[in-house]
Structure formats: structure tokens, C-alpha cells
Design a protein around this ligand. Structure first.
Ligand code: GLN
Length: 392
């Protein structure tokens, strides 16, 4: 038989999504792949039911249904503090996953360098490979996940065409401050580079931290491809609705890439999602409160049972330090992946090994998420308490 492409030999399937499959097979509480176990807001469900009979059921305009783009533009205009033109400055995609891939394909030629923070959401590695980009990794150093601006400047000096910023940051929960973003923006302008952002957790930011959109900073809309999705904000990860927002000449390119990648996002779901985009401001406050409660419940629970973890400034992820376990005789030689597999089978809780996110050889962290109903989080904590007892 002929060989498969060399490309597919250079990356693995997503470990995040693999952990979900193992978790399902074992009936564990799945705190690995981040998605909520509660329903979207009722107005979206009602609108979906209506769309089932009223349609549309055929293709939408390839770069997004007009009414969906108009509603999106209204919401984004508030965040970016500028009037977004739905006719030219938006491309609707199948989730932020396609948005990021499209953004990368739009600005990067094979062989171009791209700056990526490490730890990073694992898709960016595959995005770089599929678009031919060569990542230069900028460490976000645990436990504070700070970075060295000099390394970013050095990367731009090496000719990096773009920098990828996940803000709030998956998996480490860092929320980039306005000062940090301003400093990165100045370098992007100085070295004439693009910024590609992934801001899917924009509404999961915990006080006193606040979210600043890169494209809202002076001079940055012009060179930023803002990627986002409705998945997290409206608890509809399965609807696969995302977008790239940017200046018209960039979006013109992105629309071409998107057109041939997927043709378009699901038309009836775009129709239904307008009901989400037009929810009042109070919806986002309540969402933030809900996730703040979940974060506090989960982090306080981890403190109580004695597991060492970071406290995320944003997102719904927590990193737990498993080094104390790896030091026990029964886990000698275990990788973080083997530890996660052991956890699923023996503790009944699924997590993602930290090594899936780090470029550096980090093997002592695992990622858990808390987008779960209170009872599920409490049961997960009871199970983790049994695990913590191994350290006693
Ligand atoms: N962003 C979520 C995570 O990191 C899920 C992403 C996905 O599987 N598409 O777990």
C-alpha cells in the first residue's frame, strides 16, 4: 500500500479528547476535556426548537448567516470598543478550532515562524504543523505563569510572522494584564507581526482580574485576528460555532480559507444562537458568578484534601501537582499520562496530563476542569480525597 502523508505522522490525536473516550469507557467523572454538564440557557433551546421546523436547514452564507453575523458584531463591538462591520470584518467558523486553523492558514506561509506560549492548548501545535509554521515557544513559567518579554522580542527579531495568545489561557488559567498585552502589542507593531488570539474564556475571568481584548488596544485591531466561539459562553460546545474577527483585508483572506475547509457552520444552529448573542448583560455577570462559585468550591476542596494546585485567574481549569504521588514507590517511573490512566481506572476521575500542553519536559502536572454541576464536583472531590489519602 502507498504511505500516508508525512504530515499525519508528525502529530498524535488530541490527548484531551482521547482522555474523554477512556473516561467514558470506564464510567469515570470526566474532568479532562473541558465542557459543561449543564444545559445552555433556555432562550437558545427554545430558538433551536423553533429552528427545527422553521429552518433554515440548507447552507447559510459560507462566512456566516447575515442575522448571526449582525448579532455577533453587536456583541463584539462592545468588547472591542469599536463598530465591527458584519459585512466585512467577521468570518463565522465551525468553533474556535476552525477559527484558529483558518487564522493560521491566512497569515502564515510554510516555514514562517510563529510565537506560541508554552504551556499551550494542544490544537496550536497541530495548527502550526498543518499550516507549515515553525513554532518558537515562549515559556509561561509555573507556578505564576509569567513570561520574559525579551524572549518575545528575540522571537520577533528572528522574524516571527505572528504570535498566538490564548487569553484567558488554557491550561494554566493566566489572564494577561493590560500592561502585558500592551508590551506585546508594542513589539508586534515594531516588528510588523500579526497577533492571533483565542479568547473563548473571555467571560470566565475571576475578580480582581479583568479581560482585555488585544484588538481593543490602540493600533491593534489592524493586525489582530480575534478568534472566539459560543461554546463556553453559552454552554454549547457541541454546536461548533466560532468566528474570526479582524480588518476587512485579513477577513477577506480568512473567508477563502474557511470556504474550502468547511463551507460553513450549521445553519439552524446559527439561527438559534442569535438568541444567546442578544441576551442581556446580566447573563454574563451571572455566568461569571456561577463559575466563580465552582472555582472556589473546587479549589477550596483541593486545599482541604491537601492537593497542591494553582488558582486560575480565568478559564475553568486547575493544574494539580502530582509530584508527591510520583515520588511514591508504587508510581516509580510513571509518566503523567500513565498516572491519568491509573486515576481514571482506580479513582474514577479523568484529568489531562500536563505534558500534552508543555513544550518543556514537564511531567508533574495534570489538568482538571470544574465546568460541572455542584454535586458532580463534590463527588469528584470525595474520590480525589481517597487518592490524597495515599500521601498520608
Ligand atoms: N477547550 C477544551 C479543552 O481544552 C475542549 C476543546 C475541544 O476538545 N475542542 O478541554
Amino acid at each position: 500500500m502507498p504511505n500516508l502523508s508525512e504530515r499525519v505522522g508528525t502529530f498524535t490525536d488530541s490527548v484531551i479528547r482521547r482522555m474523554t473516550r477512556i473516561s467514558n469507557a470506564c464510567g469515570a467523572i470526566n474532568l479532562s476535556q473541558g465542557f459543561p454538564d449543564f444545559d445552555p440557557p433556555k432562550p437558545l433551546l427554545d430558538a433551536l426548537a423553533k429552528a427545527a421546523y422553521a429552518g433554515p436547514h440548507q447552507y447559510s452564507i459560507t462566512f456566516g448567516a447575515q442575522n448571526f453575523r449582525a448579532a455577533l458584531a453587536q456583541k463584539i463591538s462592545k468588547t472591542l470598543d469599536r463598530a465591527i462591520d458584519p459585512e466585512t470584518e467577521l468570518c463565522v467558523t465551525c468553533g474556535s478550532t476552525e477559527a484558529m486553523m483558518t487564522a493560521m492558514m491566512t497569515v502564515v506561509n510554510p516555514g514562517d515562524k510563529v510565537l506560541v506560549f508554552s504551556p499551550f492548548y494542544e490544537n496550536y501545535g497541530a495548527d502550526a504543523i498543518l499550516s507549515g509554521a515553525e513554532p518558537i515557544y515562549i515559556p509561561l513559567v509555573p507556578p505564576t505563569y509569567d513570561f520574559d518579554l525579551h524572549l518575545i522580542e528575540a522571537g520577533f527579531r528572528e522574524g516571527a510572522k505572528a504570535i498566538v495568545i490564548c487569553n484567558p489561557s488554557n491550561p494554566c488559567g493566566k489572564v494577561f494584564t493590560r500592561a502585558e498585552l500592551t508590551a506585546i502589542a508594542a513589539l508586534a507593531i515594531q516588528y510588523d507581526a500579526f497577533v492571533i488570539t483565542d479568547e473563548v474564556y473571555e467571560h470566565m475571568v475571576y475578580a480582581p482580574h479583568t479581560h482585555t481584548a488585544m484588538a481593543s488596544l490602540p493600533g491593534m485591531f489592524e493586525r489582530t485576528l480575534t478568534c472566539n466561539s459560543l461554546s463556553k459562553t453559552y454552554s454549547v460546545t457541541g454546536w461548533r460555532l466560532g468566528y474570526v474577527c479582524g480588518p476587512a483585508w485579513v477577513i477577506d483572506g480568512a473567508r477563502k480559507v474557511h470556504d474550502f475547509l468547511t463551507v460553513g457552520a450549521a445553519a439552524p444552529l446559527q439561527e438559534a444562537a442569535v438568541a444567546g448573542l442578544t441576551l442581556p448583560e446580566s447573563y454574563y455577570d451571572e455566568l461569571r458568578q456561577l463559575y466563580t462559585q465552582k472555582r472556589n468550591l473546587f479549589c477550596e476542596g483541593l486545599d482541604r484534601i491537601g492537593l497542591v494546585h494553582n488558582v486560575p485567574q480565568g478559564t475553568y481549569f486547575v493544574m494539580i501537582d502530582i509530584q508527591p504521588f510520583l515520588d511514591l514507590p508504587q508510581f516509580q517511573g510513571y509518566s503523567d499520562l500513565q498516572f491519568c490512566e491509573w486515576m481514571i481506572k482506580n479513582i474514577g476521575v479523568a484529568a489531562v496530563p500536563g505534558s500534552s500542553f508543555f513544550r518543556e519536559p514537564v511531567n508533574h502536572l495534570i489538568r482538571l476542569h470544574f465546568a460541572r454541576q455542584q454535586g458532580t464536583l463534590e463527588e469528584a472531590l470525595r474520590r480525589l480525597e481517597k487518592m490524597a489519602a495515599l500521601l498520608a
